[in-house]
Design a protein around this ligand. Structure first.
Ligand code: UT7
Length: 329
């Protein structure tokens, strides 16, 4: 297999910060409840930039950190569950903003596992040897699909984007990946799209558009929490087995940032020192497909990732979907 490496990272966070106290003026909640149940202290909400804008800004920084120009990009994948629209893809809009006209572009839908799925997908395009350089972005404006009256969900999520540049290399990079899904868990996390219409129905029986009703995200939190506590250790075990490594060989584990208690639960269950896990959930909340690339960019910026170190990324979420990537930095 050809080697493919991450050679640049970037992130973009919208400017409006929402604290737990801010949210307690919207719904019946408290800073204490949110902090102790989730680890979240603040999150950011985008009121001006749509998903494509967040994605393009993160991508611009990733391209800059890779020392490349947008013209060098052959492929753009945007993992998102909150695209600007059904068409054009958010990735095409990113291509336009960046003037990355040599790239082909598409969006990928795998909810909070989206970035891991996209990284695995891009890796294979590069390994197939037809393309050299890919831009893989996780970007979300989740605030568009939040019911701001539902305290079960509105305190959890945030907006943002993270991006990596992936390139063929002579050095080791992405070593192995594992992806999975279980559509039978569809009802645990949902965000409906547009309903069907009957053009022959009498006007009053038409169901779309229904004024004032927007598609909102719903989640059965407890069930998803249990799913995460089972699937994340399974992903880590599986990817270690595939890569023929032991836990002691791994320097960093970057989980999708959904809840600090998931991270702590996995660490406890697998007897992994907590220091191996990176976490920024306190600042950003759950940014779905964006959470892992945002974390990677912060880690690179803080010089936490040393060349040659082994990193495991694990995503999990709606679908249900899950996935892991094992890479050498
Ligand atoms: O990114 C995709 C993957 N997502 C996840 O991995 C999320 C997984 N789930 C979770 O992180 C947790 O289940 C939550 C943070 C969503 C909820 O935590 P929990 O400890 O499972 O709480 P709960 O749902 O059992 O709710 C406990 C209580 C309930 O009240 P009662 O019925 O016991 O009286 C809720 O109504 O807390 C109440 N509650 C709240 N109270 C204050 C729920 N949301 C809030 C809130 N503020 N925001």
């Amino acid at each position: 297999m050809k080697d493919v490496r991450i050679i640049g990272t970037g992130r973009w966070i919208p400017k409006n910060q929402l604290t737990n106290d801010d949210l307690s003026s919207l719904v019946d909640t408290s800073d204490e409840w949110i902090r102790t149940r989730t680890g979240i202290q603040t999150r950011y909400v985008s009121t001006e930039e749509n998903t494509s804008h967040l994605a393009a800004k993160a991508a611009q920084r990733a391209i800059q950190s890779a020392g490349l120009s947008p013209k060098d990009i052959d492929l753009i994948i945007v993992a998102t569950m909150t695209p600007d629209g059904a068409m054009p893809s958010t990735a095409c809009l990113v291509q336009k903003y960046l003037e990355a006209e040599n790239a082909f572009c598409f969006d990928l839908s795998a909810a909070c596992s989206g970035f891991v799925y996209a990284l695995a997908t891009a890796t294979q395009f590069l390994q197939a040897d037809f393309y050299n350089t890919a831009l893989v972005i996780g970007a979300e404006a989740l605030s568009k699909v939040i019911d701001w009256e539902d305290r079960n969900t509105c305190v959890l999520f945030g907006d943002g984007a993270g991006a990596v540049v992936l390139q063929k290399s002579k050095k080791k990079g992405i070593e192995t990946f594992y992806l999975g899904a279980d559509g039978k868990g569809d009802e645990l996390l949902q965000c409906p799209g547009l309903p069907l219409q009957d053009p022959f129905a009498k006007e009053k029986q038409r169901i779309y558009p229904v004024e004032g009703i927007l598609p909102a995200l719903t989640m059965k939190g407890k069930e998803v929490f249990q799913f995460a506590l089972t699937i994340v250790p399974a992903c880590i075990q599986r990817i270690l087995h595939q890569g023929r490594y032991d836990l002691t060989d791994i320097h960093h584990i970057v989980l999708h940032q959904a809840n600090i208690r998931i991270l702590e639960g996995v660490a406890r269950k697998m007897q992994i020192p907590k220091e191996k896990f990176y976490s920024n959930i306190n600042q950003y909340g759950n940014t779905s497909a964006a959470s892992i690339p945002i974390a990677l960019d912060e880690m690179r910026e803080q010089n936490l990732l040393k060349e040659g170190e082994k990193v495991i990324l694990v995503g999990f979420g709606g679908g249900l979907t899950w996935g892991a990537v094992l890479l050498t930095w």
